[in-house]
Design a protein around this ligand. Sequence first.
Ligand SMILES: [Fe+2]
Ligand SMILES: [Fe+2]
Length: 222
Amino acid sequence: MPGTIAAQTVEQLGGRSSVLARQRRDHAELDRLMDQYQAPGDVENRERVLKETIQLVFSHAFAEETVLWPAVRRSVADGEELTARVEEEHQEINDLVFEIERLGPGAPEREEKVRRVFALIRQDIRDEEDLLLPRLQEAVDPVHLRRLGASWEAVRKSAPTHPHPVVPRRPPGNAVLGVPLSLYDRIRDGLGLGSPVAAVRKMLSRLVGMLLSAVAVVRERR
Ligand SMILES: [Fe+2]
Ligand SMILES: [Fe+2]
């Protein structure tokens, strides 16, 4: 079995567009953001970094649950057991971030929850890079890895960006609820960032992206 994807070259992972290389890039970005949040800095900047971390964690994980874990269950013998473990981690991350967002900045118990969620995200990354993704790499060829990469990226770009306690971790339930919730999340994110016109324009392009990613999921599942 190939070893951890952390120690392989991009070529060994199937090239830059392979789902393995894309996963590793996102994981490195998450690591960077979490380190930045934990470094000393002003409150406003740390809040911005935390928000960015949460948005990336949720879009990344939603695309895994919609595109990648079903592919692992189809092609790896003990895929069911392997994906159940990371889905549990995702659920714990979901519940903790829901609490963090509910408490808001400055709440005394919030920092402890942020520390716990960061530890879980780091554990999730290790489980994926060291156990689950090498198993997928062993089971499918590089062309399939690149095709999965394209589907994963399309869903990730238009996925929900915040926790939602009601969303199931598996398709088709997550994909069905994901579209309206993603729209809702991105309106929230968009309104916090720029003018209403810019937010609406951004939303329309996201909506088109969501439709395209729904098509990508249907194609991948065939
Ligand atoms: Fe991941
Ligand atoms: Fe994950």
